[in-house]
Design a binder for this molecule. Structure first.
Ligand code: GLV
Ligand code: MN
Ligand code: MN
Length: 413
């Protein structure tokens, strides 16, 4: 029996259905934000499945959860595969979860096919990839790779003021796993992440597998505008320092400055907080987030300068500041891993195409540590970060088959 043929579509689909109940929303999506009770429940479910199959589980100081299938050579570096189980507040059932469940399915397929590998194969669920509750996103993989400082991340607060360290302690109390002591991170021989595409290209081109070549660069910012609270009924316009009004002018200028003819630059204001949030008080503070992405670092650099100039020029009569929260340079994946993914897709007779990723993934951090690649499968109408996100059982199984073959190959090198 080949490893690919040991991948079971029904088992993989059922695991998605079981996970979708944890944080399931009435509209059919999930709200399973990082380090919530729902995240802890997902960790427990995965850990239970792993233990039942005889795989070892362990966690690290940022809460990344690992499932290990031993190799025959105790000294050989492991091959790693996974993604994330946290979701957007109105997220879908497949973003991230598919990559974790496909990696776990690959471990089970190796086991069922009776394939021994020289290297250990480890499945991972990275902590807080989405970055919607705690910023920055891709946090677990960034700490693992040494790109973000563990202690700085433990001190991060969510929008309600909860400190990440406390939320992590609660999560690990509710979902205990043996702790790998010391700083997160260990040497790896390779990393492969599977994900739904989150865009429409594969579906439009009738391809089952995306051979991912790169991830575009991304930056996130917070803009804080400070004005003065005042009475909405009595304070003349000229005497107001309306923080929302200044934020609105700044935002409008930013949309203008980031509109390009080719529609390549991605600019999103995804969260606006106005306080004190009373209908009859002129807002004293307005805070908004910016997410900006482009395949070329130089373009991000130029536009960062434009955003800073707009904040400086547009704040009056309030004051405003822009702070960069994250900057991740564009990632090019390893040519050998890219070739291997394509070769395995071809061998399985799965229609495929090379493509870059518009979305960010944990793979962008791990690519700095070891040869890394990604595998995409189509999602319905390209919709993601939406509760209606959907994918077919057969496409999910196809991606898991390519992954299982790639991992078996890498783990025997
Ligand atoms: C990941 O969810 C991203 O924002 O690209
Ligand atoms: Mn994701
Ligand atoms: Mn996402």
């Amino acid at each position: 029996m080949s490893v690919a043929s040991a991948v079971r579509e029904d088992r993989l689909w059922q695991r998605h259905a079981d996970m979708a109940k944890l944080g399931g929303t009435p509209k059919g999506g999930v709200n399973r934000q990082a380090l919530s009770a729902e995240d802890a429940a997902a960790r427990n479910l995965l850990a239970g499945w792993a233990t039942a199959r005889g795989f070892a589980i362990f966690t690290d100081a940022i809460g990344n959860l690992f499932v290990r299938r031993d190799g025959t050579d105790a000294k050989a570096l492991p091959v790693l595969s996974g993604s994330h189980m946290d979701s957007q507040p109105t997220g879908g059932r497949f973003d991230g979860m598919y990559g974790v469940l496909a990696a776990f399915e690959a471990l089970e397929a190796l086991e069922d096919a009776g394939v021994k590998t020289r290297r250990p194969v480890i499945a991972v669920a990275w902590t807080n990839e989405e970055g919607s509750r705690f910023q920055p996103g891709a946090m677990g993989s960034a700490v693992f790779a040494g790109h973000n400082d563990l202690h700085a991340m433990l001190a991060v607060r969510d929008w309600k003021g909860v400190v990440l360290k406390d939320a992590l302690a609660e999560t690990l109390k509710a979902a205990p796993a043996p702790l790998r002591k010391g700083k997160p991170g260990f040497a790896l021989d390779g990393y492969v992440e599977v994900h739904i595409e989150q865009g429409p290209r594969l579906e439009n081109e009738h391809k089952t597998i995306g051979v991912v070549t790169a991830i575009q660069g991304s930056r996130r910012y917070i803009v804080e505008v400070t004005g003065d609270e005042a009475h909405a009924g009595t304070t003349p316009r000229a005497a107001r320092k309306d923080a929302f009004h200044s934020a609105l002018r700044i935002a409008a200028a930013m949309y203008e400055a980031t509109t390009d003819a080719e529609d390549t630059l991605r600019f999103t204001i995804g969260r606006v907080d106005v306080s004190p949030g009373s209908p009859n008080t002129v807002p004293g503070k307005a805070v908004f987030t910016i997410d900006m992405r482009h395949p070329a670092e130089a373009v991000l650099e130029v536009h960062e300068a434009k955003l800073a100039a707009i904040v400086a020029a547009g704040a009056a009569p309030c004051i405003a500041a822009i702070e960069r929260v994250t900057a991740v340079a564009p990632t090019n994946f390893d040519p050998k891993v890219i070739d291997l993914v394509r070769a395995k897709a071809n061998a399985l007779k799965l229609a495929n195409m090379d493509m870059p990723s518009g979305a960010g993934h944990d793979a962008m951090h791990i690519a700095k540590l070891c040869p890394t690649g990604m595998i995409f499968v189509p999602c319905e109408r390209g919709v993601s970060h939406n509760e209606s996100e959907n994918a077919t059982p057969s496409d999910l199984a196809a991606g898991a088959r390519v992954l299982a073959e790639v991992l078996a190959d890498l783990a025997n090198r």
